[in-house]
Ligand binder design. Structure first.
Ligand code: NAD
Ligand code: LMR
Length: 332
């Protein structure tokens, strides 16, 4: 029997990531090849004509799974009955700007959209915040939508996770699909800590530790980390726009794994509400290694954290605490 359609909201749908993301959702990349979807696309009035153009293209592409399209500049109409909300709308970082520069422009958007989601989304709606500053936007959304369970509000660090997999795969000349269990700790920013301590590669002789195969701690503790931390800025420098196809693809990975589950023995990175695990202060949206089952994520517990890693976990937590304070001061 055919499944009922799932309603997926994409905010900022007329923007770059939106343009890459909506066809992926309509093709089943996010929720599966047997899952019909109804797309809800929100943008602001100056982008209304472009948004309508995206809707026309979705019709023209004749996606079999796409059972309807709502394209609107009305946040209430956009949020009505949505099961999944991918929050991409906001002001993007431009070349030379730090993420904090875009804070005040974005937290007020997330405060007002929190209320609309709380009032109009389906019960148990899962929320993924992509727009920067992603962790802090998600935190503001959580704080101003108190009736949405905190476990349902997450932010995107899967792009950073995938970037880390990509760097290891390039360095070792192995398939990216054979690399697993890297971790992105903390903020989706240049303080994030891409950690390979527990990462492995599938080889013909079984699973081997990335540290053993790379055998170059100087690279793993230096250039590898800074390359992943700075990859967003490098893309902006090269394209003059921030990453879009990789962000859209990673957003699909995030939601798919959250809904469908992570494979046995594999974890992924998600920005989630911290509960004090790994001595990260509670009350931040912080990226942790998680496994997903039955539509719920759980933080992987019991991983060893050496002094090098401890310092890096603390540094990115400090930045998130500062961002939280700054966000509240922007809203005051
Ligand atoms: P973009 O400027 O191309 O698109 C943003 C869209 O949001 C625009 O169409 C704009 O009109 C719309 N918008 C602005 N305010 C809105 C509002 N109040 N409600 C609804 N829509 C609104 O930007 P982009 O390149 O698509 O990037 C979107 C966001 O994602 C940026 O904040 C960017 O920094 C961030 N980003 C995050 C990651 C990540 O891994 N977390 C990766 C890449 C980009
Ligand atoms: C990215 O990681 O590509 C984006 O978040 C762009 C940015 O602002 O760094």
């Amino acid at each position: 029997m055919a499944k009922d359609p799932v309603r997926v909201l994409v905010t900022g749908a007329a923007g770059q990531i939106g343009y890459a993301l909506v066809p992926m959702i309509a093709r089943g990349v996010m929720l599966g090849a047997d899952q019909p979807v109804i797309l809800h696309m929100l943008d602001i009035p100056p982008a209304a004509e472009a948004l309508n153009g995206v809707k026309m293209e979705l019709v023209d592409a004749a996606f079999p799974l796409l059972k309807g399209v709502v394209a609107t500049t009305d946040v209430v109409e956009a949020c009505k009955g949505v099961n999944i909300a991918v929050m991409v709308g906001g002001f993007p970082r431009k070349e030379g700007m730090e993420r904090k520069d875009v804070m005040s422009r974005n937290v007020s958007i997330y405060k007002s959209q929190a209320s609309a989601l709380e009032a109009h989304a389906a019960a148990n709606c899962k929320v993924l915040v992509v727009a920067n500053p992603a962790n802090t936007n998600a935190l503001i959304l959580k704080e101003f939508a108190p009736s949405i369970p905190e476990k349902n509000i997450t932010c995107l660090t899967r792009l950073d996770h995938n970037r880390a997999l990509g760097q290891v795969s390039e360095r070792l000349s192995v398939q990216v699909s054979d690399v697993k269990n890297v971790i992105i700790w903390g903020n989706h920013s240049s303080t994030q800590y891409p950690d390979v301590t527990h990462a492995t590669v599938k080889t013909s002789a079984g699973e081997k530790a990335v540290r053993e195969l790379v055998a170059d701690d100087a690279w793993l503790n230096g250039e590898f980390i800074s390359t992943v931390q700075q990859r967003g800025a490098a893309i902006i420098k090269a394209r003059k726009f921030s990453s879009a196809l990789s962000a859209a693809s990673s957003a699909c990975d995030h939601i798919r794994d959250w809904v469908v589950g992570t494979p046995e023995g594999t974890w992924v990175s998600m920005g989630v509400y911290s509960d004090g695990s790994y001595d990260v202060p509670a009350g931040l949206i912080y990226s942790f290694p998680v496994t997903c089952k039955n539509g719920e994520w759980s933080i992987v517990q019991g991983l060893s954290i050496d002094d090098f890693s401890r310092n890096k976990l603390n540094k990115t937590a400090e930045e998130l605490s500062e961002e939280k304070a700054l966000a509240y001061s922007c809203l005051a």
